[in-house]
Write a protein that binds this ligand. Structure first.
Ligand code: AMP
Ligand code: MG
Length: 316
């Protein structure tokens, strides 16, 4: 296969899941649809397999990975769940919430997964393809977004093929991702504090409704724990201007609601649709002939907070 081509892209049916599970058991990389974005999965207990994720993405090794588990029981083999973690899991798992919890010292996890941190980020995904892979492998699967580090995240199988090509062994195609934006990451601190490290589909208000108000005075001292905290991320490779009601002739315009643009996040002004279409629109902007990108304002409410977080970093 020539170096610039891509690996097999298979519809995520039973036979493709079985083949993907074999690839993963052997230490390979599989791109898999989830309800958030496409993930780049490897077995989380193998240092060599996890190293391949970092190499394929060009991801800095200080940036830890999310580990996917089929439920709380599997999660409790890797991390300590206190009553807050159990309450959040009951409310939001399976789903788009990642919890940063104290790593168990006897957890069967490659050290690179957590980048040497005493914590581990766990998520129980809802997408049937990812759940089928977890069941078929009976392994925790490390899976960051299936794109080159710092680039636009993939919400379709074709995005993975064009970003990673043959660096991945197999791509499972489940169509467009339903949520389209990465999971919310919440860190539960010893002593009762908690903090949203990356906004996402599960809002801070929804978490507060279960845990009470966020309070964590130590946030500044902890350094970067999530790439959501890196200033530049999700970048389409050209300058991005935000809050643009109109565009210049050399700008590809992404619209929202009443602002039509060359393409729209959601012409009806629906924030869930805008989240689901966000990365498709950024990929279209990257591929457009215009050298610059302008993006219409998006309201900061509900999942709009997560959309604006990604847009600010795409513009940085
Ligand atoms: P992604 O490439 O979008 O899957 O990124 C995974 C996210 O999880 C990044 O924001 C990581 O920094 C974050 N993450 C993973 N493990 C931890 C951890 N132990 N503590 C804090 N953040 C973590
Ligand atoms: Mg990512």
């Amino acid at each position: 296969m020539p170096g610039n081509s891509h690996p097999p892209i298979l519809p995520a049916d039973d036979s493709a899941i079985a083949r993907a599970a074999a690839v993963l058991r052997a230490g390979g990389l599989v791109a898999v649809p989830t309800e958030t974005v496409y993930g780049l999965a490897a077995r989380a207990d193998s240092e060599a397999a996890v190293a391949r994720i970092y190499a394929a993405k060009g991801r800095p090794d200080f940036n830890p990975l999310i580990v996917h588990v089929p439920g709380v029981t599997a999660g409790e083999r890797l991390a300590r769940f206190d009553e807050r973690a159990l309450a959040l899991a009951a409310a939001f798992w399976p789903g788009a919430l990642t919890m940063v919890l104290p790593r168990r010292t006897d957890a069967a996890l490659a050290p690179a997964v957590t980048a040497g941190l005493p914590t581990v980020a766990l998520r129980c995904p809802a997408h049937p393809a990812m759940r089928a892979l977890l069941a078929a492998t009976d392994l925790p699967l490390a899976a960051p977004s299936a794109n080159r580090s710092g680039g636009v995240s993939p919400s379709q199988a074709g995005h993975v093929a064009s970003s990673l090509g043959n660096k991945v062994d197999l791509i499972l195609d489940g169509g467009a991702c339903e949520r389209g934006i990465e999971s919310t990451i919440v860190a539960l601190r010893d002593g009762g504090g908690w903090q949203v490290l990356r906004p996402g589909p599960v809002t801070e208000a929804a978490i507060s409704a279960i845990l009470g108000p966020a309070h964590d005075g130590m946030a500044e001292d902890r350094g970067i724990e999530a790439p959501g905290q890196l200033a530049s991320h999700y970048a389409p490779g050209k300058p991005v201007r935000l809050n643009a009601l109109t565009a210049q002739p050399d700008e590809f315009h992404i619209g929202f609601g009443a602002v039509p643009g060359d393409i729209s996040l959601s012409s009806g002004g629906d924030l869930a649709e805008a989240a689901a279409r966000l990365y498709t629109c950024l990929h279209a902007a990257a591929a457009a002939p215009q050298p610059r990108v302008a993006i219409a304002p998006v309201p900061e409410e509900d999942i709009g907070a997560a959309i604006n977080d990604r847009l600010r970093r795409a513009a940085a």
